[in-house]
Design a protein around this ligand. Structure first.
Ligand SMILES: [Fe+2]
Ligand SMILES: [Fe+2]
Length: 214
């Protein structure tokens, strides 16, 4: 997995998350062999992408909506659509909405998003929440999707996250430019998000573990 560029170095994201790389990769590798659970996982990603898109929309309601922001919002909505579509393809049937049955760790995922959004907004102030929350989400998205893409490449599922990753990478660069190089702040927020991600991931692992092959 390779990432380059300032936000990676400055945030300390890679070092902080280095211990999680191998377990996350193992989890995803097992998951891709279990279609029903894999579909539920992708539907959870769809839900988080949808929440991201919706959050951008709500945060801009009383502001001047620019082309850049509309593009960002539309791309996150498309990511939600992408994961929903792939989840349905793997499941072999429709997965309408996001409920306990069709969404893995639904409540912990909602809590992850809600707590991160509220935690970051409290530190940076509501007016700066859009770029900062987005920046931290993009770091996680790029980190996770890069590992996920490698796992998918090694599977026979014919799912590619390449164009999605390219868009997340672009968002990351844009948000980093908007936020400015505030090293202390980016590290604080990155630690906050990593703690919440660890909680969500613990729950995912408790929800799905493949029995070791005999
Ligand atoms: Fe996205
Ligand atoms: Fe994004």
């Amino acid at each position: 997995m390779k990432h380059s560029g300032e936000p990676w170095t400055m945030s300390g994201m890679k070092d902080l998350n280095a211990p999680h790389e191998a377990p996350v990769r193992d989890f995803l590798q097992n998951l891709t062999t279990a279609p029903r659970e894999h579909a539920r996982f992708m539907n959870m990603l769809s839900m988080l992408e949808h929440m991201g898109s919706r959050k951008i929309m709500l945060s801009q309601m009383d502001k001047v909506l620019t082309e850049d922001i509309l593009k960002h919002l539309a791309e996150e909505a498309r990511h939600a659509y992408f994961f929903k579509r792939q989840a349905e393809r793997v499941a072999g049937h429709a997965l309408d909405g996001y409920n306990e049955e069709n969404t893995m760790s639904r409540v912990p995922a909602l809590m992850y998003f809600g707590r991160m959004d509220a935690g970051i907004a409290k530190i940076v102030g509501p007016d700066n929440a859009y770029p900062w929350v987005s920046l931290i989400i993009e770091l996680r998205a790029c980190w996770l999707y890069a590992i996920y893409q490698e796992v998918l490449e090694g599977s026979n599922l014919h799912i590619s996250l390449k164009s999605l990753l390219a868009e997340e990478d672009m968002h990351l660069a844009e948000m980093f430019e908007m936020c400015g190089a505030d090293e202390q702040r980016i590290q604080t927020l990155c630690r906050l998000e990593t703690g919440l991600f660890e909680k969500l991931w613990t729950n995912l692992c408790a929800t799905f573990s493949l029995p070791q092959a005999a």
